[in-house]
Design a protein around this ligand. Structure first.
Ligand code: NAD
Length: 207
């Protein structure tokens, strides 16, 4: 089956967005599948909205939450409430926390979390969320070392939650649409592989 046909199956499936996120979802279900694929055109019924929590509310956390404005932002966590002030104002109904463990313990209704804390904390927070059955969108870098990545992969398999790493431009809907249209295929035919390999920076080509 081509990638394009797989998308049609999701579109016509009776499975709900929330089931898709929490159940046997693929690793790409969280943000990068366009809204019309998951939930049909038009407004989302409130019961189909995802309950999202943000952990780390600095630059990226605030930005990632704004991208989810159409969902329910139910809980927010940052160790530094001065950093969080703007995001707290934006979502006045969301519960506020300084400790993500307390938030995950208390807020049973969370479907998914956005982890946008400093790099060295990503793995432990992401693991805690997945173990509680929450979908995760974790900013890059996903982890500190290969061992942590392997632990996260194992927990993701065991919990069956939807996962995605935040890597900005490669998650953009337009870029993903090109990927779906091309059916991915081999690295040589993969637009992501080619766009990554073609990237240049101060130290020259990367990827
Ligand atoms: N996807 C990308 O291309 C991209 C771009 C920039 C940054 N990032 C990554 O995003 C992450 C966040 O970057 P940023 O620029 O938003 O940083 P930031 O410093 O603006 O925000 C980090 C926030 O996390 C909070 N925090 C720290 N420890 C915490 C904890 N244990 N629990 C809850 N909150 C905690 C801080 O108080 C701060 O508000 C970093 O890992 C960074 O590497 C990714």
């Amino acid at each position: 089956m081509t990638r394009r046909n797989e998308n049609k199956r999701v579109k016509n499936s009776p499975i709900s967005r929330r089931q898709l996120l929490g159940g046997a979802a693929t690793a790409t279900a969280f943000f990068i599948v366009p809204r019309h694929v998951l939930g049909g055109q038009g407004n989302q019924p409130p019961s189909e909205k995802l309950n999202i929590a943000g952990i780390g509310l600095g630059a990226m956390g605030a930005d990632n939450l704004r991208a989810c404005d159409a969902e329910n932002i139910v809980a927010l966590c940052d160790v530094d409430w001065d950093m969080a002030a703007i995001t707290f104002q934006r979502y006045p109904k969301a519960k506020r926390y300084k400790d993500y463990r307390r938030m995950l313990d208390r807020e049973d209704n969370i479907d998914a979390v956005i982890v946008a804390t400093p790099d060295h904390t990503h793995a432990v927070i992401t693991a805690a969320a997945m173990k509680r059955g929450k979908g995760v969108y974790t900013q890059m870098p996903l982890a500190h070392d290969v061992w942590e990545v392997r632990q996260l992969a194992r927990i993701a398999r065991e919990s069956g939650v939807a996962t995605q790493m935040g890597n900005e431009r490669y998650s953009a809907p337009t870029v993903r649409r090109v990927g779906f249209a091309s059916g991915y295929g081999t690295a040589a035919s993969d637009p992501f592989a080619r766009s990554t390999a073609g990237r240049t920076g101060p130290s020259g080509p990367r990827g």
